[in-house]
Design a binder for this molecule. Structure first.
Ligand code: GLN
Length: 433
């Protein structure tokens, strides 16, 4: 039976030669592919065919990869189970009665099932790490600014990064080597100057695949105790066992606590929904999206295009985001959320003074049954407690398989300092040993 991992199955051949020659890659359907439709999991964009490639897609092609299709996802990236897709839910290949996680659920399921060697997802608040954890594969959320966002259809632009998914840490890191780098087309991609005044970028001197050498003796890991409290005991046990294998390899663990994390989920959803309400304003059936072809005044035409084109979760977020930004409420919600974001950043800086990398279970729960979590959005938002703080702080994180509980995969999350991808890749590779 098909997992429904792809919305569009179409082969895009890359260059004859390159580091990814002979490798198949699934690309999340919110990443633009020239001439191949890009729906964002939404009925609104059912027939949208981008006239250009995202920078990461150009880089895949130049590296010789073969793109095998556009991967299924929660509508516009809004969700954690891939059940909000207008193209139907994706099944978890490990247990087909369960969700693959989300929102990059199609990307992770395709890799876990061997339908693609590697995949690209996007991570606004956990959407690469969450499905990687639930499907038993590896996923990296890069530091904000490491990878170009040009051609990624925006959900919450200040939070999201495109990230790689693979079956091993080294292969996933090798895909990061291909997609990371400066991009003159995207002002949010990091741009530095070296001592001679020449343009440079944090990826210029990095070799992410080579960092997967398992050489962790003497590394200190800070275990974030605040994020263990509410987690499922079976997840905490698997997490503890993974830490034991790391200690046996010469890693020291210390406990760290970040008071701000209590407010991270609230702050994340206010910011993400506010940005979404603005980013999704362009889908009105005139500039972008299905029009429905209505007569009458423009206000009615826009409203009806949006009523028909958007699903329930997307509408909920546009309404809440518009409310949070409206005059009179802006200071009460949006400004407060920005203050909390700054606090989360400071707390991570302090914690990373005490340890080289930080660790948590990627998800506090095991993958839910299909249909189980849909009617309780708040429950779904709380599932993001361990992943969203990383996006608020713009930091890099990786999810690596850390064993199983009741036959279901558990992910270990490692969080690094800004542009410290090599450190988290190194420790993650030791988890595999
Ligand atoms: N589950 C989170 C949300 O719905 C994260 C989604 C994502 O990273 N795209 O916002």
């Amino acid at each position: 039976m098909s997992l429904n991992a792809f919305i569009t199955e179409e082969t895009i051949e890359g260059a004859d030669d390159g580091p990814l020659a002979g490798t198949t890659v699934a690309v999340k359907d919110n990443i633009s592919t020239e001439g191949v439709r890009t729906t964002c999991g939404s009925a609104m964009l059912e027939s949208y065919v981008p006239p250009y490639d995202a920078t990461v897609v150009e880089r895949l092609k130049d590296a010789g990869a073969t793109i095998v299709g556009k991967a299924n996802m929660d509508e516009f990236g809004m969700g954690g189970t891939t059940e909000t897709s207008a193209y139907g839910a994706v099944k978890n290949p490990v247990d087909e009665s369960r969700v693959p996680g989300g929102s990059s659920g199609g990307s992770a399921a395709a890799v876990a099932a061997g339908e693609a060697d590697l995949a690209l997802g996007s991570d606004t608040g956990g959407s690469v790490r969450n499905p990687a954890a639930f499907c038993g594969v590896v996923g990296i959320k890069p530091t904000y600014g490491l990878v170009s966002r040009y051609g990624l259809v925006a959900y919450a632009n200040s939070l999201e990064q495109i990230g790689p998914i693979g079956t091993t840490v080294e292969e996933t890191a090798a895909l990061l080597d291909v997609v990371a780098g400066p991009d003159p087309k995207d002002g949010t991609t990091r741009f530095d100057r070296d001592g001679d005044g020449d343009a440079t970028h944090p990826a210029a001197d990095a070799d992410y695949a080579a960092a997967a050498d398992g050489d962790v003796d003497g590394t200190t890991i800070g275990v974030i105790t605040d994020l263990l409290d509410g987690a499922d005991d079976r997840v905490v046990d698997a997490f503890g066992a993974a830490l034991d294998t790391l200690r046996a390899q010469g890693i020291e663990t210390v406990e760290v606590s970040l008071d701000s994390l209590e407010h991270a989920v609230q702050a994340y959803y206010v910011i993400a929904m506010s940005e979404a309400s603005s980013n999704l304003a362009r889908f009105d059936g005139v500039r972008y999206g299905q029009s429905g072809g209505y007569e009458g005044n423009w206000n009615d035409a826009f409203a009806r295009a949006r009523e028909e084109g958007f699903g329930e979760e997307v509408k909920r977020r546009i309404l809440l985001g518009t409310y949070a930004l409206s005059a009179g409420y802006h200071d009460k919600y949006y400004k407060k959320a920005q203050d909390a974001r700054a606090w989360v950043k400071r707390d991570f800086d302090d914690a990373l003074d005490q340890a080289d990398v930080l660790a948590t279970p990627t998800m506090p729960v095991l993958p839910p049954e299909l249909g189980e979590s849909l009617d309780d959005p708040l429950q779904l938002y709380l599932m993001d407690a361990n992943t969203v703080p990383v996006n608020l702080a713009n930091l890099p994180a990786i999810s690596v398989p850390a064993g199983e509980a009741d036959g279901l995969p558990v992910g270990l999350q490692l969080i690094g300092p800004k542009f410290g991808e090599e450190s988290i890749i190194r420790v993650a590779s030791a988890v595999e040993h």
